[in-house]
Design a protein around this ligand. Structure first.
Ligand code: GLU
Length: 409
């Protein structure tokens, strides 16, 4: 086995064995078919998740938080059975279908987990809930109490109250925010794909699955995901974005084929010898560890910067000149008014904004100025800013402490 492959498999084995708090996200395409929820698939996943919680012993060893989609899919099937055909391109219809389906989804999970003696707990969240510090702490306390009781929190977006700017966009994003909230040490994303392929499977159906991704930031996402590279559009793009966020706080991600038999117990070394994938002859297809392993980054960002960068969608954008881009990227500087070339969108003071230079995204940060003020002072020197805005102004447009370069947005 090549050295790099062995090295990554050892890292994967160690991280999986040592994991104690795991976010497992499962998508609608895994849980449902045209007829609605597939209870067989759900029962089998519940069986495997119960084993993952227990590890190799009897006492629960891992805390698991499940992020489950499927409310809209379940609701549509129920409605179809009574002759209703909601148009899911319509946000209100999606929200209403989710309201019909969420109860079904929880009932199905509850039944599936009861067979293994696991109590479930429903948590519905909007992005706004995580933006407010007070709510963030309330959610964290609730999740901590549930995990302390060995209950299984099952989280979904609260589709009924979400409007477009409040939406997580998709449950991949929600799951990545929960990695931070729970202090998880492993993120597992169960999808309908076999893992991350080396090219867009719609163009190259035989593109092989990558066993390991060292840094999502260095992948050519256009080639891998084709045109589906809008946040919130689901698909592999949003999974890679979520994995990249987790990697930034030092947490690895497993992207796994959710319907592949025994996928979780195989991935956690519970279905086979734990070191099976390290044996000499283990690079044949049947001896490959399932899915794709996304490594954590060596230099983790602080949880505060993570929260700052990902708690909301950027409200606008600031285009900077070459000098400012250089200062931000190479010297760790703050952004000053003189380096601002253009301001896009209308945002409030304190808003999260994107930073870019010549079409390249540089990162995100919190703006000390609203868009209108910033337009008045962009490109100006400090004394000119004072003359325009008076003495009570900030020297920086974005302070470096409130800036995340290379953000996964
Ligand atoms: N909250 C939606 C549902 O349960 C799914 C969102 C997603 O799949 O990302 O149907």
């Amino acid at each position: 086995m090549p050295h790099a492959q062995e090295y990554s498999r050892r890292g994967r084995l160690r991280a999986v064995n040592q994991s104690r708090t795991v976010i497992i996200k499962v998508g609608s395409a895994v849980l449902s078919d045209a007829q609605g929820l597939n209870t067989e698939v759900m029962s089998d996943l519940a069986r495997q998740i119960a084993l993952v919680r227990n590890g190799r012993g009897d006492a629960p060893q891992r805390r698991v938080v499940l992020v489950s989609s499927g409310a809209v899919a379940a609701g549509r099937a129920v409605l179809a059975a009574s002759g209703q055909r909601p148009d899911i391109a319509d946000l209100a219809a999606r929200q209403a279908a989710a309201a019909v389906g969420q109860g079904q989804l929880m009932r199905a999970w509850d039944t599936a987990f009861a067979a293994h003696g696991v109590n479930t707990a429903q948590i519905l969240l909007t992005r706004d809930d995580l933006r407010s510090r007070e709510r963030f702490l309330n959610i964290r306390n609730t999740v901590a109490a549930l995990l302390h009781w060995n209950a299984l929190p099952i989280v979904n977006e609260n589709d009924t109250v979400s409007v477009s700017e409040l939406k997580f966009g998709d449950n991949d994003c929600l799951a990545s925010l929960l990695v931070n909230l729970t202090g998880a040490d492993l993120f597992v994303n169960l999808t309908s794909a076999p893992g991350v392929r080396t090219a867009d499977p719609r163009l190259e159906p035989d593109a092989p699955v990558m066993e390991c991704v060292e840094d999502v930031g260095s992948l050519d996402l256009k080639r891998l995901c084709g045109s589906k590279t809008e946040a919130g559009s689901g698909g592999m793009y949003s999974k890679l974005l979520a994995a990249r966020r987790a990697a930034q706080i030092g947490v690895p991600t497993l992207i796994l084929p959710g319907r592949s038999p025994h996928v979780l117990t195989l991935a956690f070394g519970l279905h086979c010898e734990p070191d099976l994938y390290l044996k000499e002859d283990s690079d044949g297809p049947e001896r490959r560890p399932p899915g794709t392993w996304v490594q954590p980054l060596a230099h983790a960002i602080s949880r505060r910067k993570f929260w700052l960068a990902y708690q909301s969608e950027p409200a606008g954008a600031i285009v900077v000149d070459a000098g400012a881009a250089e200062a931000l990227l190479r010297r760790g500087s703050s952004l000053l008014p003189g380096g601002v070339r253009a301001v896009e969108g209308s945002f409030q003071k304190g808003a999260l904004v994107r930073l870019s230079h010549e079409g390249q995204s540089l990162g995100v940060g919190l703006s000390n100025y609203n868009a209108a003020e910033l337009k008045k002072i962009m490109g100006r020197k400090r004394h000119e800013v004072a003359a325009i805005l008076g003495d009570a102004h900030y020297p920086e447009v974005i302070h470096r402490d409130n800036l995340l370069l290379d953000a996964a947005v």
